[in-house]
Design a protein around this ligand. Sequence first.
Ligand code: CS2
Ligand code: MG
Length: 403
Amino acid sequence: MVSVIERAEVLITSPGRNFVTLRITTSDGVTGLGDATLNGRELAVASYLEDHLVPLLIGRDPARIEDMWQYLYRGAYWRRGPVTMTAISAVDTALWDIKGKVAGLPVYQLLGGRSREGVLVYTHASGADTAALLDDVARAQELGYQAIRAQAAVPGIAGTYGVKKDGKYEPANSSLPEEQPWSTEAYLRFAPTYLRAVRERFGFDFHLLHDVHHRLTPQEAARFGKEVEDVQLFWMEDPTPVENQEAFRLIRRHTTTPVAVGEALTSIWDVQHLITEQLIDYVRTTVVHAGGITHLRRIFDLAALYQVRSGSHGASDLSPVCQAAAIHLDTAIPNFGIQEHMGYPDQVAEVFRTGVTYADGHLHVSDEPGLGVEYDDEAAAAFPYNPKYLPVARRLDGSVHDW
Ligand code: CS2
Ligand code: MG
């Protein structure tokens, strides 16, 4: 009797932050998990799955992953975009989890096996000022991280992106969007000074990363990249909003600081020109938002032709299911660059039990069949959904800016 998809459940929980997970169960009782979390818009994806995709899955062959991808993508008629692609990602990832369990193999083995023993990761260091940032970089080095992202609060600008409060950073933290003031002028004066201070204190024998977080115009981004060339950043991330891809030609003309882009992009067509015109050095698309393992591998294969490496987004709003799937892919692909590792609130481990382990600046997947993640329904029930919004940035004149 051929196994078919018998059940598909959309699971919502909030252990410290909101997560949406799809669980597919086959007629043989094999289950697969897929992350479907879209920060600040979680219920849109939950409904897309519950109301539109789940009815299509029941009775289908879980082994036909590629056919399912094409069926859901082309069959949607309305293609791409974060909600559609996150829903398709969840189905795809769950089917790879099932295929690994049926084969009795960890997913990285299905993707061609190990290309490396461990996956180099970067962590977040931040501070309310330069001194606090330097302390946090020292903390990260003590934990063995060989790659560290540095962010510090811009003086006089409350709520600067990426700065922890009481050791924690969760941007989606209010029941209505927090409106955060922003000044590009103040940022451009200050950011190069704290990045330089990190190098002066800790030297160059580790990777230093920085997330501009979409805040600059193309010219400002070119100027910033040029100004910090002496800092030898591993990358400057999302220097300018990605809709205007012409902008990256201008940035390239003025600076050799490596550029990483892609966390807000959801398909190969969104990164195609950035890759084929060598406008970026790292592509940050993810399993959860860019079409699952099937489509993300396609993106990385295209990138490999142009010596563009992977640098997948891995913030705490991408669940441990996404993280595990990302590490399986990172373990197998030839053009792996680096993986973000922001970490999770403590309660998350009560709901998601994952075989991913950390050691000496690297993450390691487990050799359990499938993705190696379990979901505890009982624990999840203790953390009901808690609507939260990402902030909105406003310039000092009151106008809206890119957050
Ligand atoms: C950030 C994210 O980690 C990053 O690189 O860009 O923290 C991003 O702000 C959030 O994932 C948005 O939900
Ligand atoms: Mg980012």
